[in-house]
Design a protein around this ligand. Structure first.
Ligand code: SF4
Ligand code: SF4
Length: 421
C-alpha cells in the first residue's frame, strides 16, 4: 500500500471526503482561507446529486438554487487556491495517529487522468461503437474531465477484450487495470461531506416501480429534464398528457422503518411540476400527498401557484396497475366523492426521499461520530476538538441552499480547529 510520509503532511492540510455541493463549497471556502485541501470523490465526477438537478425556472426564478451548483463547479474549474481534487477515490478507512489522520483510499480500477485529458471525446465514441456504455459525459460543462468511466458498466477486461477507449485516447489518459492498489493520504483535519442516497423502491413494491415502465422516480425525472429539457414516457418517448406525482415515497413510512420526513422533496417535486406545466401547458398534473412541508423562505409563493395550476389530492394511493397503452391505473380514496376511485395516468413520478449514505456513516462511526435514530451522522464539540467536522446531507435531509450554508459553517469550524493546533 503506497502512502505519504508523516513529514509531508502540511500543518493546514484538510482532507474533504465527498465531492458533492457540500464538499465543493467547503473546499472553495477553505481554499480561500489559504488552507491546503485534498478533496476525495469516489465517482468519476464532482458535483454529486446536485449537479444532476435541472433549473426549475418557469417565466420566473423558482429559487431552486440549482444555478448555485453550476457556479460552484465553475469556481472549482477556474480555481487558483491550493485545492487538489482526486476523482475515482473511494475512502475505505480513516484513522487518527498522533496529530494526523490517515485516510485509506481505494482507487477505481478504471479512471481518466484529469491532468492528461483534453476532453476530446474520442473515448466515448470508441466505447459506444464497441457496444458498451461505460463512458459517459459529465452533467455540466464546468466539470473536467468532461468524460468519465462508470466502473460498474466497464466490462471489456472481464470479457477479455482489449479496451478500445485506451487505443482511442491520444493522450494516454485512461487507466483500465485490475492491478490498482489502495494508497494512503494524511491530513490534520477531516471534513466528512459524504452526502445521502436517494431512496430506491425495492421490488416488489406497491407502486409498480421496476416493472411498469412509466413509473419513474423524481431522480430519473430530474435527469431527463436536465438532459432533454422535458419529461417523456420511457415506454414510447411520448410527452405524457396526464401525470401523477406521489409524495413521500420512502419517507414517513412506518412499514419501511423510515418514519422521518425528507423535508426537501415536497419543494423539489412541486417546482418540477410547475416547470413541466410551464413547458407543456395542457399537461394535467395531480399531486397525491399527505401534507405539504412548508419549507424554505420562498415556499409560500410557489405553493400558491402550485395550488392554482396542479390538482392537489390529499391521500396516498393504495394500488398501481398496468393499464392499456402502458398507462398506470392508480386507485385512491377521494374525500370529495367519498369513495375509492381508479384513475389512469400516462406517467407516475414517485417523489423519493433521502436515505443515509451507509459508506459515509461507517466512516463517520470509525472516527467517533454518533448516528441518530434515522441513520444520519451527528457531530458534537468533542469531534471538532479531534479535527472531525461533518457537513451537509450526511447529517439529514437538506436542500441545495442549506447544504451551501452548512458547508460554510463547516469550513469555519475546520479553520478554527486547524489554526488552534
Ligand atoms: S480520449 Fe482521452 S483525452 Fe479524449 S476525452 Fe477521452 S480520456 Fe480525455
Ligand atoms: S473498457 Fe470497454 S466498457 Fe470500459 S470504458 Fe473502455 S470501452 Fe467502455
Amino acid at each position: 500500500m503506497a502512502g505519504e510520509s508523516e513529514l509531508t503532511v502540511k500543518k493546514d492540510r484538510v482532507i474533504i471526503v465527498g465531492g458533492g455541493i457540500t464538499g465543493l463549497t467547503a473546499a472553495l471556502e477553505l481554499g480561500q482561507m489559504g488552507k491546503d485541501i485534498l478533496l476525495l470523490e469516489k465517482g468519476p465526477f464532482i458535483g454529486g446529486h446536485a449537479a444532476n438537478l435541472p433549473c426549475k425556472a418557469t417565466d420566473r426564478c423558482l429559487k431552486c438554487n440549482d444555478c448555485l451548483v453550476e457556479e460552484a463547479l465553475r469556481q472549482v474549474r477556474e480555481n487558483n487556491s491550493p485545492l487538489e481534487v482526486k476523482n475515482y477515490a473511494k475512502v475505505t478507512g480513516i484513522k487518527k495517529n498522533g496529530g494526523n489522520f490517515i485516510i485509506t483510499v481505494e482507487p477505481s480500477w478504471c479512471s481518466i487522468d484529469q491532468e492528461k485529458c483534453t476532453d476530446c471525446g474520442a473515448c466515448l465514441e470508441a466505447c459506444l461503437s464497441s457496444g458498451h456504455q461505460a463512458i459517459t459525459h459529465a452533467p455540466s460543462i464546468n466539470i473536467h474531465p468532461f468524460y468519465g468511466i462508470r466502473q460498474e458498466l466497464c466490462t471489456c477486461l472481464s470479457e477479455g477484450v482489449s479496451p478500445p477507449c485506451i487505443s482511442a485516447c491520444q493522450e494516454g489518459a485512461i487507466t483500465i487495470s485490475d492491478k490498482v492498489e489502495s494508497f494512503q493520504v494524511q491530513g490534520k483535519g477531516v471534513l466528512l461531506a459524504s452526502g445521502f442516497r436517494p431512496y430506491e423502491p425495492e421490488a416488489p413494491n406497491r407502486y409498480g416501480y421496476g416493472h411498469l415502465p412509466n413509473v419513474i422516480t423524481t431522480e430519473q425525472a430530474d435527469r431527463m429534464l436536465r438532459e432533454r429539457g422535458g419529461i417523456f414516457r420511457p415506454s414510447d418517448d411520448d410527452v405524457p398528457k396526464k401525470v401523477a406525482f406521489v409524495q413521500c415515497v420512502g419517507s414517513r413510512d412506518r412499514r419501511l422503518g423510515r418514519e422521518y420526513c425528507s423535508r426537501v422533496c415536497c419543494g423539489y417535486s412541486l417546482r418540477m411540476a410547475l416547470r413541466m406545466i410551464h413547458t407543456v401547458p395542457d399537461m394535467e398534473i395531480t399531486v397525491f400527498y399527505m401534507d405539504v412541508q412548508n419549507f424554505g423562505k420562498d415556499f409560500e409563493r410557489y405553493y400558491n401557484e402550485a395550488k392554482q395550476k396542479l390538482r392537489m389530492v390529499r391521500c396516498l394511493p393504495g394500488d398501481f396497475y398496468g393499464w392499456q397503452d402502458h398507462k398506470i391505473l392508480v386507485s385512491y380514496f377521494s374525500e370529495v366523492e367519498d369513495k375509492t376511485i381508479s384513475e389512469a395516468f400516462d406517467l407516475v413520478i414517485l417523489t423519493v426521499g433521502l436515505s443515509p449514505n451507509e459508506q459515509g456513516r461507517a466512516l463517520g462511526e470509525e472516527i467517533g461520530l454518533k448516528v441518530n435514530e434515522d441513520g444520519f451522522l451527528v457531530a458534537g464539540e468533542e469531534n471538532l476538538k479531534q479535527g472531525v467536522v461533518v457537513a451537509g446531507t450526511a447529517q439529514g435531509p437538506m436542500d441545495v441552499a442549506e447544504c451551501i450554508c452548512d458547508a460554510k459553517r463547516a469550513a469555519l469550524d475546520m479553520k478554527k480547529y486547524i489554526e488552534g493546533i
